[in-house]
Design a protein around this ligand. Structure first.
Ligand code: ATP
Length: 358
C-alpha cells in the first residue's frame, strides 16, 4: 500500500468459511473475507446483520462455530484475546474516571510493565497524534464527548498494535463532532497505516472512511468493493437501497421488447432479459419534465428545500420516486409532473432475486 508505515508488523486478516451460531440462530454463515495489510475495511449493514459478531470473533471474545481466522498468516482460533496483538475501540469507550488523561492513555503500557520514562514518551506521542497533548492532566469528567473519544483512540494507538478493531466508535457523538472525528480518524489511519476493521451502520461513515466496504445482511456478505464501486454498481437491490442518501429509487415493472414497462411510464433499455424487473435510478439522476412528458408521470407528494437543492418526492403509482432538483425547482403538493431519468445512469435488477442484471 501507499501508506507510510511506522513499523513493519504484517497484519493481513483472513476469515475463511467463518460460521457463528447462537443456539439454533445463525449469526454468520460461511463468511470468506481477506483484509489486506494496512487496509481500512468497513463492515456495513443494518442492525443484527452480524457485524459485531464478526469483530468479536476476530478479537477472540467469541469462539467460531466453524471456520478459520488468521492474522498475519497465523491461525488464531485457539489464541486468547490478549495475545492477538490488537486494540479495540468500542462505542462505550470506558475511560477510568479516577485517572488523568495521561494515565488512561498509558494504562496498556503500565500493564505491560513498560518503564515510566519510556511510558511518558509514548503517552505524549499518542496524545499528540489525537491533539490531546495539552490536556494530559485532566480527568475524563472534565472533557467533552469528542475529547473522551480521542483519549480512547490514543489509548488504542499507544501500544502500536498490528490491528485495530473499531465498533461504532463515533456513535455516541453528536452529528457535528462525528464529522470532525471522522476526518481525524481518516488522517490517523493514514499516518499509522495499521490494518483496521471498522463496524458501522452509517453509510456516510463507511463511504468516507473505507478503502473497501463489505456490506453484510442476514449473516451474509452482499457485496464488497471500494466505496465508488459499490455506489456505481450495487450488486443487488439490498445494496442499492442501503447506499446513497436518499437511497436509489427502485421501481418495479416488466421488461419486454427492449423496454422497461410500468403503468405510469417506462424507459428504453439497450439489452435486458424479458420478465419482471426492478429499475434503479438515483435521485440525482432524475430531472423534472412538463406533465405528460418525460419517462414517468406522477404527482408531487412533498417538496423540501435543502439549501443547495430541492428534494422532491413524486407519487408514481403506489411508489414515491425521489428527485434531487435545483433549489429553484420546488413544486406544490399534488402538482402533476413528468420525470426524466438520465439514460446512462439506470440500474436494472432481477424482479425475483433482486440481483443486478448486467
Ligand atoms: P447492531 O448494529 O445492532 O449492533 P450487528 O450487525 O452488530 O447489529 P450482531 O451483534 O453481530 O449484529 O448480532 C447478529 C445477530 O446475532 C443478531 O440477530 C443478534 O441478536 C444475534 N446475537 C448476537 N449475540 C448473541 C448471543 N450472545 N446470543 C444469541 N444471539 C446473539
Amino acid at each position: 500500500m501507499r501508506k507510510r508505515r511506522r513499523e513493519t508488523k504484517m497484519a493481513t486478516v483472513e476469515l475463511e468459511r467463518l460460521n457463528k451460531r447462537f443456539g439454533g440462530f445463525t449469526a454468520l454463515e460461511s463468511l470468506d473475507l481477506t483484509i489486506a495489510d494496512g487496509e481500512f475495511l468497513v463492515l456495513l449493514g443494518p442492525s443484527g446483520c452480524g457485524k459485531s459478531t464478526t469483530m468479536r470473533l476476530v478479537a477472540g471474545l467469541e469462539e467460531p462455530t466453524g471456520g478459520e481466522i488468521r492474522i498475519g498468516g497465523r491461525r488464531v482460533n485457539d489464541i486468547p484475546a490478549r495475545d492477538r496483538d490488537l486494540a479495540m475501540v468500542f462505542q462505550s469507550y470506558a475511560l477510568y474516571p479516577h485517572m488523568t488523561v495521561g494515565e488512561n492513555i498509558g494504562y496498556p503500557l503500565k500493564v505491560r510493565g513498560i518503564a515510566k520514562a519510556e511510558r511518558q514518551a509514548q503517552i505524549r506521542a499518542a496524545a499528540e497524534k489525537v491533539e490531546m497533548g495539552h490536556l494530559l492532566t485532566r480527568r475524563p469528567a472534565e472533557l467533552s464527548g469528542g475529547q473522551r473519544q480521542r483519549v480512547a483512540l490514543a489509548r488504542a494507538i499507544v501500544r502500536t498494535p498490528r490491528l485495530f478493531l473499531m465498533d461504532e466508535p463515533l456513535s455516541n457523538l453528536d452529528a457535528k463532532l462525528r464529522t470532525v472525528m471522522r476526518a481525524e480518524l481518516k488522517h490517523l489511519q493514514r499516518d499509522l497505516a495499521t490494518t483496521t476493521i471498522y463496524v458501522t451502520h452509517d453509510q456516510v461513515e463507511a463511504m468516507t472512511l473505507a478503502d473497501r466496504i463489505v456490506i453484510l445482511n442476514a449473516a451474509k456478505i452482499q457485496q464488497q468493493g471500494t466505496p465508488q464501486e459499490i455506489y456505481d454498481r450495487p450488486a443487488n437491490t439490498f445494496v442499492a437501497s442501503f447506499i446513497g442518501s436518499p437511497p436509489m429509487n427502485l421501481i418495479e415493472g416488466t421488461v419486454a421488447e427492449g423496454r422497461f414497462h410500468h403503468p405510469d411510464g417506462g424507459v428504453a433499455l439497450a439489452s435486458a432479459p424479458q420478465g419482471p424487473a426492478v429499475l434503479g435510478v438515483r435521485p440525482e439522476d432524475v430531472t423534472l419534465a412538463a406533465p405528460g412528458e418525460g419517462d414517468f408521470t406522477g404527482k408531487v407528494y412533498s417538496s423540501e428545500l435543502l439549501g443547495d437543492c430541492t428534494l422532491l418526492n413524486v407519487r408514481v403509482g403506489d411508489k414515491l420516486v425521489a428527485a434531487k432538483v435545483g433549489p429553484q425547482d420546488g413544486r406544490d403538493m399534488d402538482e402533476p409532473v413528468g420525470l426524466r431519468l438520465a439514460p446512462g445512469a439506470l440500474h436494472l435488477f432481477d424482479g425475483e432475486s433482486g440481483a443486478r442484471i448486467e
